[in-house]
Design a binder for this molecule. Structure first.
Ligand SMILES: *[C@@H]1O[C@H](CO)[C@@H](O)[C@H](O)[C@H]1NC(C)=O
Ligand SMILES: *[C@@H]1O[C@H](CO)[C@@H](O)[C@H](O)[C@H]1NC(C)=O
Ligand SMILES: *[C@@H]1O[C@H](CO)[C@@H](O)[C@H](O)[C@H]1NC(C)=O
Ligand SMILES: *[C@@H]1O[C@H](CO)[C@@H](O)[C@H](O)[C@H]1NC(C)=O
Ligand SMILES: *[C@@H]1O[C@H](CO)[C@@H](O)[C@H](O)[C@H]1NC(C)=O
Ligand SMILES: *[C@@H]1O[C@H](CO)[C@@H](O)[C@H](O)[C@H]1NC(C)=O
Ligand SMILES: *[C@@H]1O[C@H](CO)[C@@H](O)[C@H](O)[C@H]1NC(C)=O
Ligand SMILES: *[C@@H]1O[C@H](CO)[C@@H](O)[C@H](O)[C@H]1NC(C)=O
Ligand SMILES: *[C@@H]1O[C@H](CO)[C@@H](O)[C@H](O)[C@H]1NC(C)=O
Ligand SMILES: *[C@@H]1O[C@H](CO)[C@@H](O)[C@H](O)[C@H]1NC(C)=O
Length: 654
C-alpha cells in the first residue's frame, strides 16, 4: 500500500511546512507548532513535540521528592516487596525503582516522565499512579478495536465486527486522516486476528496487560482491559476501545496485525496506523504547550483550607469531605457512544437519568441495574435513583435483580456502601469494611495538629470525626486514632497502622433504608468484566463476603482466572488532596512534607486499607475472591449489554 509522502515522513514534512512559514513568528524548529490546533495528529508528530523539552534536573528532583514522600503514606508499599499469590506479578521494590529513576541518564523530560509513569502504571494499583499531564493528555487510537470472543466453541481474537459503526462515531476529522492515507480500515471489521506484532494475539494481550493497562492488581482483569468492551461514560452508553487499540499516551505509530478478513481464507499482515487524539489544553507552539499542559497551574497543588471559608467538598449535599475510591481511565476523556444497534431496547424504568441504567428484561421477571459508576454528578440523586429503580421493579412485579458492573471505575466510597446497604437491608448493620491508614510520622503529626487546631471533617480527611469506632459511634474530633499506632508486619517489615475504624457513610444516606432486603438476596446476581475498580470492588466484595451473591465474570483468557474485583484499595487521595491535608494541618514546612509540584501532574495514592470480613489480617486487595461463574464473550454479547443480560439470566437464576 502506498502512503502519500506527507504521512511517511511526517516529521520532515512538518519541518518543511514550518520553514515556509518561518518569516512569521514560530521558530522553524518548533515541532509543537506543527500539531497545534488539531484534535487528531500523527503519533510521530506528537512525539516530536513531546520530546522537544530537554531533561531538567531541577524538575526531576522536585518530582521525585514529592513522589517519594507521598509513597510514605501509601498503605501497600511493603506488600509490594513480595506480593502474595495470585498477585506475584506486581512485586516491586518501590524504593529501588525510585533510586534507579533518580540516577538514570535521560535525554528528555519526556523520557524521565514516561519512565516514572510506566513504573507506577506497572504497579497495577489504579489508586497509586503518576499522571503527567504533559504526556498523558493524549490517547493513541487504532481504527481496529480488538475483541476476545468464543465462536463455534473456540475462543479467539478478532477485530470488532462493529468497527465501522464505532470508529465512525469518532468523527470525520479522525477518519479523514485515514482516508487521506488511503488506508482502508473498514475492510478489517470482523477479521480474525492470528498474530499481533508477530506474537500470538493472547501473548500480545498479556504484554499489554503487563505494561500498558495498569490499574488492576489482577492480571486476568488487565487482559480484559486490553480488549474493547461496553461501558457507561458520563450518563451514556459507550464503547471502550480497549488498551490495545486505545492506550493512554503516544508510543507506537502503528501496529502489525496478522489477520484473515471476513470471507477470506488468506492470512495477511497489515500495518495499522495509530492516530493520536489530543485531550489537553489548546496551545499554539512549544512555549504555550508547556505553559498550558506541563507547568503547574492553580489546581496542581493543595491549599490551606483553614481560613479559606470553603471546603473542597465539591458536591452539593454532604456537609463533609467526600471519600473517593476510583481509578482514572484517561480513555474516558475521548469517549464516544455505543453503536446504536447495541443500546438496550428493553423498557427502561425510573432512576435511569444518571450513571445507573435500569431495564426490565423481556421475561418480565428480571430487573437489570447497569451501575456504570459510583461517581455521579449528584451524590444524593444516585441514592434517589436507586430507590426509584427498585420501586419501579417491585411495581412491575419483577422477582430478581441482575446488576451489571462492567467497566465501573468506582467513585464515592459511601455510594458503594449505600447500594450495598439498600440491597442488604439495615438489619445487616455496618455496610462497610474495617479500615486503617498508615501511621507514618508525618501522618501522626497531621492528626495531632488537626486536633490542636480544631480542624474537623469539613476541611480534612485525617480528623477523627470522619470515622467511627468499631461499635459505630462517631469518633470525637479530638480523638487521636493514629498515635499510639497498631503494630502490623508485612513481608517482615514493621508497618504500623492507625487504630482500626469504621466509615461513617450512614451519615450521608439521604434515603430511608429498608430493614429487609427488597429482593431475596439469593435472587440478586452480578455480572461484569472484572474491570470493577475501587468503590465498585468494595461493593461487589461486600456482596460476595456478606451475602454470598452469585457473581459472573465475562471474558478473560481461556484457562486463566479473572478476579471479580480487579483493584480493591479503599480511599484514594490525589496529590492535591494529601497536600491540602498537610497545608491545612500547618505542616508544609515540616522536613517530611513533600514540596509543591512544579509541573502539572497528579501523584495519587491509596490512603486507606479495607480489611476483609473473611480474614481481618488481609486487605481485600490481596484476598483472591474468584467469581462463582465465568463465561466467554460471544459475537452476540461482546458489545450488546441486553443480549449479555438475557444470557446471564438464563445461567444465573434457575
Ligand atoms: C529547569 O526547570 C526549572 C523549574 O521550572 C527552571 O527554573 C529552569 O530554568 C529549568 N532549567 C533549564 C536548564 O531549563
Ligand atoms: C537523588 O540522588 C541524589 C544524589 O545521591 C540525592 O542528593 C538526592 O537527594 C536524590 N533525590 C531524591 C528525590 O531522592
Ligand atoms: C521497578 O518497576 C518495574 C515496573 O513497575 C518493575 O518491573 C521492576 O521489577 C521494578 N524494579 C524493582 C527493582 O523492583
Ligand atoms: C461456525 O460454524 C458454522 C456451522 O458449522 C459455520 O458455518 C461457520 O463458518 C463457523 N464460523 C466460524 C467463524 O468458524
Ligand atoms: C467520563 O467522561 C464523561 C464525558 O466527558 C464525563 O461526563 C464523566 O464525568 C467522565 N467520567 C469519569 C469517571 O471521569
Ligand atoms: C461475507 O459473505 C456473506 C455471504 O456471502 C455476505 O453476506 C457478507 O456481506 C460478506 N461479508 C463481507 C465483509 O464481505
Ligand atoms: C411481558 O410484558 C409485556 C407487557 O405487559 C407483554 O407484552 C409480554 O408478553 C410479557 N412477556 C412475557 C414473557 O410474559
Ligand atoms: C416513576 O417516576 C414517576 C415520577 O417520579 C412516578 O410518578 C412513578 O410513579 C414512578 N413509577 C414507578 C413504577 O415507580
Ligand atoms: C463505642 O466505643 C468507644 C471506644 O471504645 C466507647 O468510648 C464508646 O462508649 C462506645 N459507644 C457505645 C455506644 O458503646
Ligand atoms: C488470615 O490471613 C493470615 C495472613 O495471610 C493467615 O496467616 C491466617 O491463617 C488467615 N486466617 C484465616 C482464618 O484464614
Amino acid at each position: 500500500m502506498l502512503l502519500p509522502l506527507r504521512y511517511l515522513v511526517s516529521v520532515a514534512v512538518t519541518l518543511t511546512s514550518n520553514y515556509h512559514q518561518a518569516v512569521a513568528a514560530p521558530a522553524p524548529s518548533d515541532p509543537c507548532t506543527a500539531i497545534a490546533g488539531q484534535t487528531f495528529v500523527l503519533p510521530a508528530d506528537v512525539l516530536a513535540c513531546e520530546r522537544s523539552f530537554p531533561f531538567n534536573e531541577t524538575l526531576r528532583q522536585n518530582v521525585l521528592t514529592t513522589v517519594s514522600r507521598v509513597f510514605d503514606f501509601y498503605t501497600f508499599e511493603n506488600w509490594y516487596l513480595d506480593s502474595p499469590p495470585p498477585f506475584q506479578e506486581s512485586t516491586n521494590n518501590i524504593r529501588a525503582n525510585l533510586s534507579r529513576i533518580n540516577t538514570t541518564v535521560y535525554e528528555t523530560d519526556y523520557d524521565f516522565n514516561i519512565d516514572l509513569y510506566d513504573f507506577t502504571t506497572q504497579m497495577n494499583d489504579g489508586h497509586t499512579r503518576w499522571f503527567t499531564n504533559c504526556y498523558t493528555n493524549w490517547q493513541n487510537i487504532l481504527p481496529a478495536p480488538i475483541i476476545n470472543v468464543e465462536i463455534n466453541g473456540t475462543q479467539g481474537v478478532y477485530i470488532a465486527p462493529d468497527t465501522v459503526e464505532f470508529i465512525s462515531l469518532i468523527g470525520t476529522d479522525f477518519t479523514d486522516i485515514l482516508d487521506e492515507m488511503g488506508f482502508d480500515w473498514q475492510r478489517l471489521a470482523g477479521a480474525q486476528v492470528t498474530a499481533i506484532e508477530g506474537q500470538d494475539p493472547y501473548d500480545y494481550a498479556d504484554f499489554v496487560a503487563d505494561t500498558v493497562s495498569g490499574n488492576f492488581l489482577d492480571h486476568g482483569v488487565r487482559v480484559n482491559s486490553a480488549f474493547s468492551s461496553y461501558r457507561i461514560s458520563g450518563t451514556d452508553f459507550s464503547q471502550r476501545l480497549g488498551d490495545i487499540a486505545g492506550p493512554t499516551g503516544v508510543k507506537q505509530t502503528s501496529l502489525d496485525v496478522t489477520l484473515i478478513t471476513v470471507n477470506s481464507t488468506t492470512e495477511e499482515t497489515v500495518s495499522i496506523p495509530y492516530i493520536a487524539s489530543f485531550l489537553g489544553v489548546a496551545f499554539t507552539d512549544q512555549t504555550s504547550y508547556w505553559e498550558n499542559n506541563c507547568a503547574a497551574n492553580a489546581a496542581t497543588n493543595g491549599m490551606d483550607l483553614r481560613n479559606s471559608g470553603s471546603s473542597r467538598a465539591s458536591l452539593t449535599t454532604p456537609r463533609r469531605q467526600i471519600a473517593k475510591g476510583n481509578i482514572i481511565d484517561k480513555s474516558n476523556d475521548s469517549a464516544v457512544g455505543l453503536p446504536p444497534q447495541f443500546v438496550p431496547t428493553a423498557p427502561q424504568v425510573n432512576g435511569s437519568e444518571g450513571v445507573i441504567k435500569n431495564f426490565i428484561l423481556p421475561d418480565n421477571q428480571t430487573g437489570v441495574m447497569f451501575v456504570g459508576s459510583f461517581e455521579p454528578d449528584d451524590f444524593d440523586q444516585f441514592q434517589a435513583d436507586t430507590v426509584a429503580a427498585i420501586t419501579a421493579f417491585q411495581a412491575a412485579g419483577v422477582s430478581r435483580l441482575l446488576i451489571d458492573l462492567t467497566n465501573n471505575g468506582g467513585g464515592f466510597v459511601c455510594l458503594g456502601q449505600f447500594l450495598f446497604q439498600y440491597l442488604a437491608g439495615s438489619k445487616i448493620g455496618y455496610p462497610g469494611f474495617v479500615s486503617t491508614n498508615r501511621a507514618n510520622p508525618l501522618a501522626q503529626k497531621i492528626v495531632a495538629a488537626d486536633i490542636a487546631l480544631g480542624n474537623d471533617d469539613t476541611i480534612t480527611f485525617y480528623s477523627a470525626d470522619n470515622w467511627a469506632f468499631l461499635n459505630d459511634t462517631e469518633m470525637p474530633e479530638n480523638f487521636n486514632y493514629i498515635d499510639p499506632s497498631l503494630p502490623f508486619t508485612v513481608n517482615g517489615v514493621n508497618e504500623p497502622t492507625s487504630q482500626r475504624f469504621h466509615d461513617t457513610c450512614q451519615l450521608s444516606f439521604t434515603q430511608t433504608i429498608p430493614q429487609d432486603p427488597p429482593f431475596p438476596t439469593e435472587s440478586v446476581a452480578i455480572v461484569s468484566n472484572g474491570n470493577c475498580a475501587s468503590t465498585c470492588a468494595m461493593f461487589s466484595t461486600l456482596m460476595n463476603e456478606r451475602l454470598q451473591t452469585k457473581i459472573a465474570v465475562f471474558g478473560g483468557k481461556p484457562g486463566e482466572n479473572v478476579e471479580f474485583k480487579g483493584m480493591a484499595g479503599n480511599q484514594v487521595l490525589e496529590w492535591a488532596d494529601i497536600d491540602t491535608e498537610i497545608k491545612t494541618a500547618g505542616l508544609k514546612d515540616d522536613p517530611l512534607a513533600p514540596p509543591d509540584l512544579l509541573v502539572s501532574a497528579d501523584f495519587r495514592h491509596n490512603w486507606r486499607t479495607a480489611w476483609s470480613w473473611l480474614n481481618e489480617s488481609i486487605p481485600i486487595a490481596y484476598l483472591s475472591e474468584l467469581p462463582k461463574l465465568r463465561f466467554p464473550y460471544t459475537l452476540d454479547t461482546y458489545n450488546d449489554p441486553q443480549n449479555l443480560w438475557v444470557f446471564a439470566t438464563s445461567q444465573l437464576f434457575s
